[in-house]
Write a protein that binds this ligand. Structure first.
Ligand code: PAF
Length: 279
């Protein structure tokens, strides 16, 4: 596995793949790697000749400076995991390389980035779009691998790719869960034992939501989840919505859509977790 931290080394590394017409698969990450990332890498390795993973904790996508500072950084462990997973290249840019000058670009994703995460974390998706567009420009992969856990992020990045007229193909991989069914997330590392136990209610509630959908109205299901969370002392609901998978607009009746998705964001202590389930 080759570590790359300059643009020149990056083009040298990728030149031979491009010359020999090998397909390049790219997995962007912010580090603190876990089984979710490894499953993206495994899928990438199956579908592409060359696998490149980036690790960059992107400051522009954090609307809260403290959240950026708290974000777990475990670089030695990450490198060991990537080596074991058989990654070809790991790209470790510094901030100057990604943003040689402050990135002032403002993307327009319409309603898509004003709902849910976009509403609760203003500017978040603009920052994601800034970093992803830079990484795509530098790496020029054939395929980009993303996780379904970040449902809205996938939709925003698809729209970004459309706007950039980039030929990269997006591959979405299923959410990986731990033994207690909690969605794997780098943020789980910040949970205390007590918080972890509380967090394991999230997938239980989402499974319940799926069952309730056959008998109850959207408003009743929402009220049920809000009540359940209000009862938990160390949890605070940021949002829970049932939305159309095509537009991500919240629905009032299940009859409004062919396919709905339930999305949740909850603070467990100071850690904000997100999850979703297709219904
Ligand atoms: O999902 C993430 O880890 C980040 O948002 C991404 C896509 C690597 C951009 O910083």
């Amino acid at each position: 596995m080759k570590q790359i931290s300059t643009e020149k080394d990056l083009s040298t590394a990728l030149a031979s793949s491009i010359k020999s017409k090998k397909t390049i698969g790219f997995v962007p990450t912010m580090g603190a790697l876990h089984r979710g990332h490894i499953s993206l890498i495994e899928t990438c390795k199956k579908q592409c000749d060359t696998t490149i993973v980036s690790i960059f904790v992107n400051p522009t996508q954090f609307n809260d400076k403290k959240d950026f500072e708290r974000y777990p950084r475990t670089i030695d462990n990450d490198l060991a995991l990537l080596k074991k997973a058989g990654v070809d290249f790991v790209f470790l840019p510094n901030e100057k390389l990604i943003y040689p000058k402050p990135d002032k670009r403002k993307f327009n994703f319409g309603k898509l980035d004003q709902l849910l995460e976009g509403k609760h974390r203003p500017g978040h998706f603009n920052g994601v779009a800034q970093v992803v567009s830079r990484l795509l420009e530098m790496i020029k992969p054939d395929k980009l691998f993303l996780g379904q856990k970040d449902f809205q992020q996938v939709m925003v990045i698809r729209e970004l790719i459309k706007q950039l007229k980039s030929p990269v193909k997006v591959v979405v991989c299923p959410t990986v869960r731990d033994d207690e069914n909690l969605a794997m997330s780098s943020r789980n590392a910040n949970l205390s034992d007590e918080e972890y136990d509380e967090a394991t209610f999230i997938p239980i509630w989402l499974e319940e939501v799926k069952k309730l959908a056959t008998r109850y109205k959207v408003s009743q299901i929402k009220a049920r989840i809000e009540t359940l969370i209000a009862r938990r002392e160390i949890m605070k609901l940021d949002y829970f919505e049932i939305c159309d998978t095509e537009t991500l607009e919240p629905i009032k009746e299940f009859s409004e859509t062919d396919q709905a998705v339930a999305l949740i964001a909850v603070f467990v202590g100071k850690t904000r977790l997100i999850d979703n389930v297709l219904m």
